[in-house]
Design a protein around this ligand. Structure first.
Ligand SMILES: [Zn+2]
Length: 446
């Protein structure tokens, strides 16, 4: 006996090159998908009959797995769409650190975070991996906000103490203070989740330039003793990549590994400049890359080699990188991941010959991009999500195909399911998203 069942055309990508489009009945009990059957089958009739509540979404709406955003700076929500005119290290000092420092005001943090979490849910972001700020109280407010709104989340207090790369008015006083604060924050978030398994802490050294060796060593130990996941930035820009060589005599990836921070399911934002040896190490450790294509166009000086990473067996998902990423929804990042990969394949300098200009065979398509946003992200975090199949949690998004305020239009003589899938990925906006579930609960309804 299920709690409820949903009947709809399901679009999902179980593999980077595998698109499935099928009308199905999905049965859900205690937040978990217990059975899926083709809508016309005898089994589907049984699932319908066994459900106290059966929701038929009709033929104007499709259902897709919930989107997973691997990289969000929650306290940068107010600067989304602005302040992208400087290189990343200047951008931090001029715009971002002053804004994040304001989250010492816990009441203000509550207002901003409630709006952020509600907006992301309305965009279909069912799992969010957050950098908060250095402040313990505001970090806990973010975790509580996610728990109240029903968003699956990893919430990290940002640890940063290096006097050369951070301002005196926005950093941990020293490594010991930062370690104590991060340890307390982990405990507080675990208490706030109250055993639901929805909101988890994540250890968050900002990036190597912002942290002293003592802090990084301590955070590596904290990851070992608490079992919490780790997130940080890795080899984002030319400057960031060169910095690690200057300070540690090795790559960013190797340095993170030597501090015990490159672990199973560690989320590395960006990583555009990783070497082949770095990719091997990332894969060996089971770490994952959060690819943020729009942000990369502004700050990374290069396009992430997604096909090469997938071929090497690396875990990769997508991130918005609010506020460096301009858009709050992961679907838009799918489109941009395709766009950026096309530019990498073809190159951008018309004065070079075609053969010299690009990186052949490096483009990805919408199926791969959507896989990154769903099943790829789930694999990155080690969660039973990303496809709507038995044994997975029911995190899902219903998307309307003909909403008058949206731009998806269905032309019955032209649009088969594959074309409709492309339209959904490229065009869907919040006006098209009619319902969002996390763990079987409705968390947004238009
Ligand atoms: Zn970031």
């Amino acid at each position: 006996m299920s709690d409820f069942s949903v009947e709809a055309t399901r679009f999902q990508t179980p593999g980077p090159s595998t698109l499935e489009t099928e009308r199905v009945v999905i049965a859900i009990a205690n937040g978990e998908i217990t059975a899926v059957a083709p809508a016309s089958s005898d089994e589907a009739a049984v699932l319908r009959a066994d459900s106290p509540e059966h929701l038929n979404l009709g033929h104007d709406t499709v259902i897709v797995p919930g989107m997973i955003d691997l990289h969000i700076h929650a306290p940068q929500w107010q600067q989304l769409g602005t302040a992208l005119d400087l290189p990343v290290q200047d951008w931090l000092q001029t715009y971002t650190f002053p804004l994040e420092a304001r989250f010492a005001d816990t009441a203000m943090a509550g207002v901003v975070y409630r709006d952020l979490v509600a907006t992301l849910l309305a965009h279909g972001t069912t799992t969010a991996v957050y950098f908060a700020s250095v402040h313990e109280p505001a970090t806990l407010v973010l975790a509580e906000t996610c728990a109240e709104a029903g968003q699956r989340a990893f919430v990290g207090r940002v640890a940063m103490d290096h006097p050369d790369a951070t301002p005196e008015w926005y950093r941990d006083a020293d490594a010991a203070t930062g370690l104590t604060a991060s340890a307390r924050s982990i405990e507080a978030i675990r208490t706030a989740d109250a055993g639901r398994g929805l909101v988890e802490p994540i250890i968050t050294p900002r990036f190597l330039p912002a942290c002293t060796d003592e802090l990084l060593t301590g955070l590596g130990d904290l990851a070992e003793t608490t079992g919490a996941l780790v997130q940080t930035h890795c080899s984002e820009s030319d400057w960031h990549h060169a910095y690690a060589f200057e300070r540690f005599g090795k790559t960013d990836t190797s340095a993170l590994d030597s501090f015990g921070l490159l672990r199973n399911r560690t989320v590395l934002a960006h990583s555009n400049h990783v070497t082949d040896a770095d990719i091997s190490l990332i894969t060996q450790r089971g770490a994952a890359i959060g690819h943020c294509p729009i942000s990369n166009a502004y700050f990374a000086n290069a396009v992430l080699p997604v096909p090469e990473l997938l071929a090497a067996g690396a875990r990769v998902g997508l991130g918005t990188d609010i506020g460096a990423g301009v858009r709050p929804g992961v679907l838009q990042q799918c489109h941009e991941a395709v766009t950026m990969s096309r530019m990498r394949r073809d190159g951008v300098h018309a004065d070079l010959s075609t053969a010299e200009r690009g990186a052949p065979d490096s483009a990805i398509d919408t199926t791969t991009a959507f896989w990154l946003a769903t099943a790829g992200g789930a694999e990155a975090l080690g969660l039973p999500l990303g496809v709507l199949e038995p044994g997975r949690r029911f995190d899902a998004v219903a998307i309307n195909l003909d909403h008058p305020h949206g731009v998806i239009r269905r032309h019955v003589d032209l649009d088969d399911d594959e074309r409709l899938f492309e339209k959904v990925v490229r065009l869907a906006q919040t006006s098209d998203i009619s319902q969002v579930w996390v763990d079987g609960r409705t968390v947004h309804r238009r």
